[in-house]
Design a protein around this ligand. Structure first.
Ligand SMILES: [Zn+2]
Length: 406
């Protein structure tokens, strides 16, 4: 028998094209016949011609079951587990036009068990430092990729299990909670996890759960962080936590809805204080209202207000905006767009963390030393409030246009 001798399919008898041969234990099969086999079948090489013929007869008979199948429950949004409760049957398919695909219809009584797991793949996000090296963010940032793995064990002459992912995978970014990265689930994950649990509960009614892995979840805060905290995740660079605002807030509601901010994140509260103080030269009452919102349980006293007014005297309205990137005395403290403020932590930031305080630092374009701002934690709501803001208003270098010696 020569190398290029034509082969014939032992199932249907047609000629098998070059490279089209599917080897069986005791014969050959063509691609067209292979396409008719069950998608769950995986043991072709060890199957005999007789077994393949039996399977094709089973597959042919399955078409009538597909036609009669009436879905009453659908689980999943990717590969779907579809149940016909009245007939006590189910099928698993990824196809949007499954009646044309002849998916295997099984009796629910053929289910012998199942495995379900939410697998998480954690990757650390890195950034390039000023020397071009990839470094961790501070605090580190992670991406979590959750996949919803399901495996049904079945009694079927041609396959033993059905492995699939009923739901599309969900990606989430870590968020900073009390200064540390944490996996806090968002609405999309919660919705899919609830649907996954609903599918598991339905499977529990038919068969035993053989293995189920609950995803490892990090300590989440007691309160849900608003969606805005995720939408514009702090764009940290060079190991700092930074916040970018497209515009500066004019009111409390604008302040609280700045992108990427949350009272649960003390870094964000420090950045919000900078943005709020910028309002003082135009509208001091609005500025005080915003600072009060950031001070929470302890609003500004009259003494505090006079102190702030003193700080802004003699046209020193430029002090708060000096904390935004690009603002230096040479350009009269004109920030780059968007308004980006960086908040850092030092070795002593958490010296009083146990008592509920954290001291963070802001870099002004008009001063050599970083300015401290202290925040205080409110445990009942897990929010951080402005405790000492005076560092933000400390004197800085005079802008060029106002400097007679420039
Ligand atoms: Zn064939």
């Amino acid at each position: 028998m020569g190398l290029f001798d034509k082969k014939y399919c032992d199932i249907c008898g047609s000629k098998i094209g070059l490279l089209g041969n599917k080897k069986l234990e005791d014969g050959n099969m063509c691609k067209d016949c292979q396409r008719l086999l069950s998608p769950w079948f995986a043991d072709r090489r060890h199957s005999t011609v007789e077994e393949i013929k039996n399977q094709l007869a089973y597959r042919e008979a399955n078409k009538a079951k597909v036609t009669a199948f009436t879905p009453s429950k659908v689980y999943g949004n990717q590969t779907k587990l579809i149940v016909d409760e009245a007939k006590g049957q189910f099928l698993v398919t990824r196809s949007g036009n499954w009646p044309a695909e002849n998916p295997d219809v099984l009796d629910l009584s053929a289910l012998t068990g199942y495995e379900a797991a939410v697998k998480v793949n954690q990757t650390e996000e890195k950034t390039r430092n000023s020397e071009g090296k990839m470094v961790s963010y501070d605090p580190p940032q992670y991406t979590y990729d959750y996949t919803f793995k399901t495996r049904l064990l079945v009694n079927n002459p041609f396959f033993d299990d059905m492995d699939f992912e009923p739901f599309r995978s969900v990606k989430e970014k870590s968020v900073v909670v009390n200064g540390r990265p944490a996996a806090v689930h968002q609405a999309e994950y919660k919705e899919i996890k609830a649907a996954f649990d609903e599918m598991r509960a339905a499977l529990d009614r038919c068969c035993a759960c053989l293995s189920y892995e609950e995803p490892k979840e990090e300590a989440a805060p007691a309160v849900t962080i608003p969606a805005s905290a995720f939408g514009a995740a702090p764009a940290a660079a060079d190991g700092l936590t930074s916040f970018a605002f497209p515009s500066l807030p004019k009111s409390v509601s604008e302040l609280l809805t700045l992108p990427g901010v949350s009272l649960h994140n003390p870094f964000s509260v420090a950045a919000m204080a900078v943005a709020a103080f910028c309002r003082f030269p135009e509208d001091r009452d609005a500025c005080f209202a915003m600072i009060d919102a950031l001070k929470g349980p302890q609003p500004l006293s009259n003494v505090d207000k006079s102190f702030i007014k003193d700080r802004f005297m003699d046209g020193k309205g430029y002090i708060p905006r000096s904390y935004f990137e690009g603002a230096v005395p040479e350009n009269d403290y004109t920030p780059n767009q968007p308004y980006t403020v960086r908040v850092t932590e030092s070795a002593h930031s958490r010296d009083q963390f146990d008592q509920g305080y954290i001291t963070l630092y802001l870099k002004s374009g008009g001063a050599d030393s970083e300015r401290p701002v202290t925040l205080r934690h409110k445990p009942s709501t897990d929010e951080w409030f402005l405790w000492n803001h005076t560092g933000i208003l400390a004197g800085i270098r005079t802008p060029k246009s106002a400097d007679p010696w420039a």
